[in-house]
Design a protein around this ligand. Structure first.
Ligand SMILES: [Zn+2]
Length: 431
């Protein structure tokens, strides 16, 4: 393969990635601070130093472990520069609380020849071709896995490493035209809370991309919309020996409710663009029984319908259990960013074009989850998501590859340039 840009980066994206994944940055639920874990500072501080060394400007880290930096425009033509919006690139430093990120030992399986990959640190952990058909596309590539005892943390150190290498490449290739670029590294994405502390004005971008997706070519401008319902049944406790005609057991009302959630509307039975209702935690007592239910749907009307269904079912359970009283409280978690991104189709079009220039076949993929971008989009920073080449996030079988990291990096560099080309075209039309 010939190099896509005249000068190589100072450090290859693979070497950078292998360095970052060894730094434990696992976030943790139920903490009162941001960042939720102090160890996320280790990578944030390192990135701050490296950004400065790579020539980034205004490099700073907030008290909440958010790293911000700017790559100034290199456009000589002031009229053109004024027309190119500041584009942001974002990735998160933390890894999932689901699987340990302590002592990650990445393994490079050079020139993969096909077949299952047994992870040597725990031979029961096997990446099989049967379960991971994407492996067949990686023959001849260098696959990067763990030793099977930890997650890899490609989610989202692949995003961090590719953005850093983009900065490196832009510095090494001053002839590649780009406008102002804002760089942001966030903490606590995996627990959904860090982004609340992200300062959109401070970041300074007009549009941004999270680099936090999966398979090469996968671009997302929609997540589903998410609500959480807390359904509480109130009963009446009494000594069970003298309970006849007096006791109202809220546990029965709750059980009645749960049993009537439609089986074909659960996470276990749905995929693709189909939403779900998901009872996931609760407590059972005679006086008061509570069940928390996640509601997910790509359409707000579908989400409203699911909420109405829960309210109706709770009312039915109330009726079926005389004396019991149902209460339901619904909170919004995040909304489908497509509602806003539909007004900015050029963001996805430019990302698709950038991926094509990197030799990929881009495709749209609706995310069954949220991203930092879904919150930012509704805070005035439209923010689709771009692939990283990673697979099997949040697991010991997580993997990425040399080509995954290199093609993602190339895509980011092309993307910066495409915004300049569009501004050039617009400028020509006005002249
Ligand atoms: Zn992620």
């Amino acid at each position: 393969m010939t190099a896509p840009f005249p000068n190589p980066p100072r450090e290859s994206v693979v070497d950078r990635f292998l360095r970052y994944v060894k730094i434990d940055t696992q976030s943790q639920e139920e903490q009162s601070t941001t960042p939720s874990t102090a160890k996320q500072w280790d990578l944030a501080r390192m990135l701050e130093k490296e950004l400065a060394r790579l020539g980034a400007q205004r490099v700073r880290t907030s008290e909440h472990c958010m790293v911000y930096a700017t790559i100034p425009s290199n456009l000589g033509d002031a009229a053109l520069a004024a027309r190119v919006p500041t584009i942001g690139f974002l990735a998160h430093v933390d890894t999932s609380p689901a699987v340990t990120g302590t002592n990650v030992k990445p393994i490079v399986h050079a020139n993969y020849r096909g077949g299952d990959i047994i992870l040597p640190g725990d031979p029961t952990q096997v990446i099989t071709v049967a379960q991971h058909p994407a492996l067949t596309d990686l023959i001849g590539d260098d696959i990067i896995t763990t030793d099977g005892t930890t997650l890899l943390g490609s989610d989202d150190k692949a995003g961090v490493a590719t953005i850093m290498t983009m900065v490196d490449l832009l510095g090494a290739n001053p002839d590649l035209p780009h406008g102002n670029i804002a760089i942001g590294f966030t903490c606590d994405e995996e627990i959904g809370l860090g982004i609340e502390k992200f300062d959109v004005a401070e970041f300074g971008a007009r549009y941004a991309y999270t680099v936090d997706g999966g398979e090469l070519g996968e671009i997302s401008d929609e997540t589903w919309s998410a609500r959480t319902a807390t359904v509480t049944f109130h009963g009446k406790s009494t000594h069970p020996g003298t309970a006849k005609g007096v006791m109202v057991n809220a546990i029965h009302a709750m059980a009645h409710f749960i049993m009537r959630l439609p089986h074909d509307m659960l996470p276990e039975t749905t995929e693709g663009r189909v939403g779900f209702v998901h009872p996931y935690a609760g407590s059972a007592d005679i006086e008061k029984s509570t069940i928390k239910v996640l509601l997910r749907d790509f359409d707000l009307s579908g989400l409203d319908a699911k909420e109405k269904m829960l309210r109706d079912l709770a009312a039915d359970s109330e009726r079926a259990n005389p004396g019991a009283r149902a209460e339901i409280e619904v909170k919004e978690n995040y909304r489908n960013m497509k509602d806003v991104l539909a007004d900015h189709p050029q963001l996805v079009e430019n990302a698709m074009e950038a991926a094509r220039r990197a030799g990929l076949e881009p495709f749209m993929y609706p995310i069954r989850g949220g991203t930092d971008g879904s919150k930012l989009t509704f805070r005035g920073l439209p923010c689709p998501n771009i692939f990283t080449g990673g697979h099997e996030f949040h697991s010991k079988l997580e993997f990425n590859s040399r080509r995954g990291l290199e093609k993602t990096t190339e895509t980011l560099v092309h993307l910066a340039r495409i915004f300049v080309e569009h501004a050039e075209r617009a400028l020509r039309q006005t002249q």
